[in-house]
Design a binder for this molecule. Structure first.
Ligand SMILES: [Zn+2]
Length: 465
């Protein structure tokens, strides 16, 4: 076992300072105390000049979209309107240009960047399944395998969510440009799912969940089939779905099914804490209450939702009902978890003209409320239900280390340290990131950057032509 001395580590009770942490060769915490371990020579304890925060879970990612981050801001015509739906056409074009090799290269670079920003676990909402013609690869889970390899090389934990996408819109056949996403039947989807599950079991830090792209992407019968199978055989696995991102899809759902999205979903299946409702942007009070009562969570992706002009989430109402929310980076236009929490907060402040929008009956510190939601709901979003504190003896050491020589950090008392980090930091404050007890990033550099970067360059050159 190796011992480390951190300036402090952040726990539910507050900062443990200094923090002596013993980590086993397999990356598990075996000792954690403000006092040094007895019988261990002082010179063998490695000093880390920073404050440790539990690593974030990125609860929503489409890795291939990183290949177009920033490219959709340049418009063909100055006067042309641009919306989520026109952005989606650009995204489809990108999806059609991605090979298994380029997906692996892009995802590896993306996951390395997630780690640099403090994410240590990613939920990959994966729907780019088939080849450029729309035919299944020889190994049907080829693209899933590439994502697993990318996560392994980058050193991030992954919950892979093979996504069922069967139709183009409510009651519509798939469009030709959606051909790489499609599994026409439950049988086809399960073939993909089982193979992905098998592949994931060969990796040390990977698992799987269930996923339906959106209510518009499957028929009512298909939605019933998969939710029933999940309830009967895999109730403990997370189940992700895009729920109500755009006003238009709410209206289309109302027209086709006579119900708003959440009401429709809840009428077909019993929502449970396993359900992760991504982009629950447009909710009525009744829908908020249904979610909160069921224990299902929402996953918010504030920088992408702002970038795509989705709308404001009903945070105030949702918090009052006791609902839980996690964060994700979706299209990866932003990759900093603290920025996601600020975007969410500031959007609400601008809307309500109030400053304290993160609400909790017993907690006056906005940063603590936001951070606890992101960490604990994030873990629930990937089915990690065993952790009650940020760090625990017997559990892996996954952490983001904040430098102690940042002037503002050095001058701030522990009571305000978390808020200073959450509201004022940028990634230059990060000393590094650990996953399963090892530095994956140190001083902004990934341990495998010399091979990750050239492959990323090659892949983006190929895709961008
Ligand atoms: Zn998404």
């Amino acid at each position: 076992m190796k011992f480390f001395r951190f300036e402090s580590i952040y726990q539910r009770e507050g900062w443990l300072s200094p923090a002596f942490v013993g980590i086993t060769p397999t990356g598990t915490i075996a000792y954690m105390n403000s006092k040094p371990p007895t019988g261990v020579a002082e010179h063998t304890v490695e000093k880390i000049a920073g404050h440790a925060l539990a690593g974030f879970v990125n609860a929503h990612s489409h890795a291939f979209q990183y290949a177009m981050a920033g490219l959709a801001e340049h418009h063909a015509q100055a006067h042309e309107a641009d919306t989520f739906w026109t952005w989606r056409e650009k995204m489809y074009k990108t999806a059609l240009r991605i090979s298994p090799e380029s997906l692996e290269a892009i995802a590896t670079q993306l996951y390395a960047e997630m780690l640099r920003h403090g994410y240590t676990h990613v939920a990959e909402f994966h729907y780019l399944h088939h080849d450029e013609e729309g035919k299944p690869y020889k190994q049907v889970g080829e693209m899933a395998h590439r994502l697993l390899k990318a996560s392994e090389k980058a050193g991030i934990r992954i919950t892979l969510l093979p996504t069922w996408y069967a139709q183009g819109g409510f009651g519509e056949l798939p469009a030709d440009r959606q051909r790489r996403f499609i599994s026409s039947s439950l049988e086809e989807y399960l073939q993909l799912w089982h193979q992905t599950n098998k592949l994931a079991s060969r990796f040390n830090h990977a698992d799987v969940g269930f996923c339906i792209h959106s209510l518009r992407a499957v028929s009512e019968e298909q939605l019933k089939q998969l939710t029933l199978l999940h309830a009967q055989e895999y109730p403990h696995l997370p189940f992700h779905i895009h729920i109500a991102e755009q006003q238009k899809e709410v209206e289309d759902c109302q027209k086709y099914h006579g119900k708003r999205p959440l009401e429709y979903l809840a009428s077909l299946t019993k929502l449970t804490p396993a359900y992760q409702l991504v982009h629950a942007t447009h909710l009525t009070h009744k829908e908020v209450e249904i979610i909160a009562k069921s224990g299902a969570q929402v996953v918010l992706c504030p920088s992408t939702e702002a970038n795509l002009g989705d709308g404001f989430f009903s945070l105030q109402d949702f918090q009052k009902s006791g609902g839980n929310w996690a964060i994700g980076t979706d299209s990866h236009i932003g990759l900093n978890p603290f920025e996601e929490l600020r975007w969410l907060d500031y959007g609400q402040r601008l809307k309500t003209h109030l400053r304290k929008v993160y609400q909790h009956t017993q907690e006056p510190d906005s940063a603590k409320i936001a951070y606890e939601q992101a960490i604990f709901s994030g873990r629930r979003a990937v089915g990690r239900l065993d952790l009650k504190n940020f760090f625990e003896v017997g559990k892996p050491f996954d952490a983001l280390i904040i430098r102690d020589d940042v002037p503002l950090v050095a001058q701030t008392a522990p009571t305000h340290r978390l808020a200073t980090i959450l509201y004022s930091s940028d990634a230059s404050w990060h000393l590094g990131t650990w996953v399963h007890g090892q530095w994956q990033i140190l001083e902004q550099q990934h341990k495998h950057k010399t091979t990750i970067l050239p492959q990323f360059r090659e892949a983006t050159n190929e895709i961008r032509g």
